[in-house]
Design a protein around this ligand. Sequence first.
Ligand SMILES: Nc1ncnc2c1ncn2[C@@H]1O[C@H](COP(=O)(O)OP(=O)(O)OP(=O)(O)O)[C@@H](O)[C@H]1O
Ligand SMILES: [Mg+2]
Length: 454
Amino acid sequence: MMKKISTKLAMYFLAAVLIMESLLMAYLYNSMIDSRIQEEFQSILSRGNSHRDVLEDSYTEGTLNHIALMESKTETEVVITDENKEIIASSKDVSVGMRNLINDHPIEISRNGLLIESNWKEMNYLATVTEYNTGSEQGYVYMFKNTEPLRALIQKLNYHFILSGILSLIIIAVIYFLLSKILTSPLIKMKKATEDLTNGYFQVKLPELGQDELGELSSSIQKLANDLESIQNDRLEFLASVSHELRTPLTYIQGYTTVALREGLSEEKRNEYLKIIQDESGRIVHLIENLFELAKIDQNNFTITKQEIELCPLIQDVAGKVGPAFDRKNITLQINCPKGIPAFVDPLRLEQIILNLLDNALKYSEGNTVTKLTVSSTQEEKVRITVSDQGIGIPEDELQNIFKRLYRVEKSRSRGNGGSGLGLSIVKELVEAHGGSVSIVSKEEKGTTVEILI
Ligand SMILES: Nc1ncnc2c1ncn2[C@@H]1O[C@H](COP(=O)(O)OP(=O)(O)OP(=O)(O)O)[C@@H](O)[C@H]1O
Ligand SMILES: [Mg+2]
């Protein structure tokens, strides 16, 4: 069975408080009773001593009676004996208990008197004795104090202590209740949320809990849920786009194959249709190659093997490959690469990056324009590669989307160019795998500049 964390906490708390409280209470209780008893002793002792002083001052029948009379009006009793412990005055009849105390006490008594009964719990009296000696007369003054009121008082004290014990138990119960409200309920909600996540339900909603550890845990779970949800949405969207991208050329191929197979078609027409079929299947191959490329990058074991190279020869090499295509479209390709710029990159990947950018510049530019490829080194020991064209440009509100997979500005306009919308996503992934960044600036009808920092 699951044990609630608040129960555990409350147990520890309860144990700690109880131990502390019992120690404190025991101390308080004992010291209160102790000091109370001490007070009583002191009071009867000093009373006995002062009776002795009076007796030593004037030992007469009158004084003896006076002392006995005085004590009969108080809560204490006095008994005065001669040296043979024969009673010569008393404020009250002497009981057996009192008599016993008078008979058996030590003979050694200091001037300040002596305690002869201190067992307040069981005996009826606390008692002290003081010796007097007038020169001619000797004897003892005994003081007795009834312990009954003392016991009543202590009983009252017990009652108060028990009451406060019960009160603190109630307070602990309340704290337990609050703890379980504050602690357990959000934890249970989070547990429920993670269970939902494992079951593939991502629309969890956790309450804001503030800045403490619980709050942080809660907001991390919330963030995880949101991330998972958007990953799932992206994946669904991506799959839908891929199916769509594949279906369109396949529909063309299917349609034109049927037409091309018709009897009595002129050789010329048939070739035209076959050309379309060739183009469309080429488009599918291109798309699948790119998708495959992205899938490889997505796998966590995708690695780039960097090496120290001279940048310009690589750039010239790439330019050489695409040169004829630029010539055919009558676009000037200007390479601006100062010699001796080293770079620490994966050459094959860098070639792929530049080919993609040049491919875009070529596809989205008209004839009689210039495309510039510029390489420079920055202060932070990085290299900057820019590809700048004078093409159709990208509308401003589309700029944030063009690095998304399968995203194309105005599907119809780039369809004619055979684009799949994966080129820039691949560029971005590859640049980021190099620890670099890519940015794009574009103006419609004016041109586009892509800048790469590695
Ligand atoms: N230099 C550019 N000038 C104008 N538009 C551009 C340029 N580069 C990219 N775009 C726009 O951005 C979209 C995404 O580019 P991306 O390279 O990712 O895909 P693509 O060129 O359509 O296809 P692919 O590169 O996979 O063959 C393009 O469809 C195009 O509309
Ligand atoms: Mg492209």
